[in-house]
Write a protein that binds this ligand. Structure first.
Ligand code: FES
Length: 131
């Protein structure tokens, strides 16, 4: 298992992931309002560079919204630039359709520096501590 330094936490801005590489693996680290998440820059659909896509929200119409269209999850949805599949940045799961999910990596913040753990067998994604 390797611990990869990403950079200073305050230099990673919402919607603008920081990229690091480990061998042939490219990883993007995203800042959310409750910490950081790290995902491999490879879409589970057709291997596109998913982490280079925009970070946005999404439209839903559910019983929670009285079946009216509502904009939700602003700043927490990653849209793959190849075929616009949407992924929840909190969990890495695809929002609609099949159960694809992004490959996530644990993130640590130590003395204001962000690190990603690569090679963990079962990787919980992200940090939950305030940044
Ligand atoms: S490769 Fe990402 S949606 Fe198709």
């Amino acid at each position: 298992m390797a611990r990869i330094r990403v950079g200073a936490a305050d230099e990673i801005q919402p919607g603008q992931p920081a990229f690091v590489t480990h061998g042939e693996i490219e990883i993007a680290v995203f800042r959310l309002d409750d910490g950081f998440r790290a995902y491999r820059n490879r879409c589970p659909h057709q291997q596109g560079p998913v982490c280079t896509g925009p970070v946005s929200g999404t439209l839903v119409a559910t019983a929670d919204t009285d079946w009216r269209l509502a904009w939700v999850l602003e700043g927490r949805v990653l849209i793959c630039p190849w075929h616009t599949m949407e992924f929840d940045l909190d969990s890495g799961r695809r929002l609609r359709g099949r159960r694809e999910r992004l490959r996530g990596y644990p993130v640590e913040v130590e003395s204001g520096e962000v690190f990603v753990q690569v090679g963990a067998r079962s990787a919980p994604t992200g940090t939950r501590q305030p940044s």
